[in-house]
Design a protein around this ligand. Structure first.
Ligand code: GRF
Length: 186
């Protein structure tokens, strides 16, 4: 059986949608105190807060190693990043390569990075969206599993557009995870 961990840093609306879709989540890991932890608690899921530091004191390699060990000690074999804001150092891919999924709020390869919604607005595109992909050492560049488009409306702000994209992600991400789980190699 595939044992799934969901990694979070933010509101947890994608985590909530994943749980509601019937996908069994064994563990939720957060890199900071965040509302997503409450959602996990309320669903009765084991949580682990592995708090990171910021700035020069942050040791990415050590932090990634801690997460990897935590995943391994819980026999996790699929890692689902749902609004997780820490970038891993490459070592994790020796263990979990091809088994870390992510959702990103743009139609990749457009608008990579932490400000995808802002970038789409600044670029003046009329259509953006979300992408579920396999995570690789190069941020937001791994194989695309699925995408959905979202039209940018006149008067959209970063907040309003992000909310509409998240509403689409909450449908696309659970469905894509389910499809991934039923693929022959899984
Ligand atoms: C999502 O838009 C995701 O694409 C981005 O962070 C957001 C997470 O939202 N990486 P939530 O915490 O699931 O509500």
């Amino acid at each position: 059986m595939t044992k799934i961990a969901v990694l979070v840093s933010r509101q947890g609306s994608n985590l909530e949608a994943i749980i509601a879709s019937g996908i069994e989540v064994s563990l939720v890991i957060a890199d900071r105190d965040c509302p997503a932890l409450k959602i996990a608690h309320q669903a009765g899921i084991t949580t682990k807060l592995l708090e990171r530091s910021f700035g020069r004191s942050f040791k990415r390699k050590e932090y990634t190693q801690k997460i990897t060990l935590l995943l391994q000690s819980n026999q996790i074999n699929l890692v689902v990043m749902a609004g997780f804001l820490t970038i891993f150092s490459p070592e994790i891919f020796a263990v979990y390569g091809g088994r870390i999924l992510n959702t990103h709020p743009s139609l990749l390869p457009a608008f990579k990075g932490n400000h995808a919604v802002r970038q789409a607005l600044a670029a003046g595109v009329k259509i953006t969206g979300c992408t579920v992909h396999i995570t690789t050492p190069v941020v937001d560049s791994g194989p695309i599993l699925d995408q959905e488009s979202v039209r940018i409306l006149p008067g959209d702000t970063e907040e309003s557009l992000e909310e509409r994209i998240k509403a689409v992600e909450r449908i696309l991400y659970p469905q894509t995870i389910k499809n991934f789980l039923t693929e022959p190699q899984n």
